[in-house]
Write a protein that binds this ligand. Structure first.
Ligand SMILES: C[S@@+](CC[C@H](N)C(=O)[O-])C[C@H]1O[C@@H](n2cnc3c(N)ncnc32)[C@H](O)[C@@H]1O
Length: 255
């Protein structure tokens, strides 16, 4: 499970790129408007609100592991139509199955995709659909290379990263399709989509979103300098590559 802490209110303000990415992921759910939908990794609730807009007669079950994100999402969402739970998605057990599951910009923060997909399959009713997007193979490779190079060039910093297994799990489409089928999903399709992002304030963006797992190992007094140095090396455009995922659990009759 991801252990980094998020700055939920800053994330809420600067996550315009994530909100834009989410639109096509939501389109692929093809909602009628009366379903109950899981938002797997709801963050601050900004994208959850866009999901709720598509559910005028429906409800959202929003789940996130981070206490600050959960508190922010609870404030941001109407309590009569959205329940927000703090939980690790890889060990998720819902009180009742949902009609569909949606997730945006979350799965790459979770190391164990087998456990994650098994939990999502359990959370869906028979015939329930999953539409998700996360960072995929090659995502922010230039950001990672810049951050890794800064760490490697500084002996003191290097000590803070000793034994570290790395920040993200950027999976490929074939591996992901196989994992989804292994836990019982059908009608599975996964594909990569380059999505360059040019944030308004690159340093703040990097500090709040991409560099979190690095910065929790860098002494606090060096956070600003670390983010500035990464921003200087990557320039204004971040090389996002998204992994799109659609799948369905079988209906009760074999299909
Ligand atoms: C980049 S934010 C995306 C939030 C939101 N879906 C959006 O599109 O704005 C990633 C979120 O994944 C959550 N997350 C990471 N690992 C998780 C886990 N194991 N279980 C639940 N949530 C997790 C983080 O707490 C964070 O809120």
């Amino acid at each position: 499970m991801s252990t980094r802490a998020w700055d939920a209110s800053t994330y809420h303000t600067i996550s315009c790129p994530q909100a834009a990415m989410a639109e096509a992921v939501l389109d692929r759910l093809e909602l009628r408007g009366d379903e109950t939908v899981l938002d797997a990794g709801c963050g601050s609730g900004r994208v959850t609100a866009a999901l709720l807009d598509r559910l005028p007669r429906g409800r959202v079950v929003a789940v996130d592991a981070d206490a600050g994100m959960v508190a922010h999402a609870r404030d941001a969402l109407p309590p009569d139509r959205a329940e927000v739970h703090q939980h690790d998605l890889a060990a998720l057990v819902l009180a009742a199955p949902v009609d569909a599951a949606f997730s945006n910009a979350v799965f790459h923060w979770i190391p164990d995709h087998d456990a994650l997909f098994a939990a999502l399959a359990r959370a869906l009713r028979p015939g329930g659909r999953l539409s998700a997007q996360c960072g995929g193979r090659g995502n922010v490779a230039r950001v990672q290379a810049a951050a890794d190079a800064i760490v490697a060039s500084d002996t003191e910093l290097r000590d803070h990263f000793a034994g570290w297994s790395g920040p993200w799990h950027f999976a490929g489409p074939q591996d992901t399709e196989a994992r989804l089928r292994n836990v019982g999903f059908t009608a599975v399709a996964c594909w990569l989509e380059p999505w360059p992002v040019s944030p308004d304030e690159v340093e703040t963006y990097l500090r709040t979103i991409c560099l979190g797992p690095y910065l929790e190992r860098v002494p606090e007094a060096q956070h600003a300098a670390f983010a500035r140095e990464v921003a200087g090396r990557v320039g204004g455009e971040l090389d996002y590559v998204r992994l799109n995922i659609v799948a369905r659990v079988p209906s009760e009759a074999v299909d």
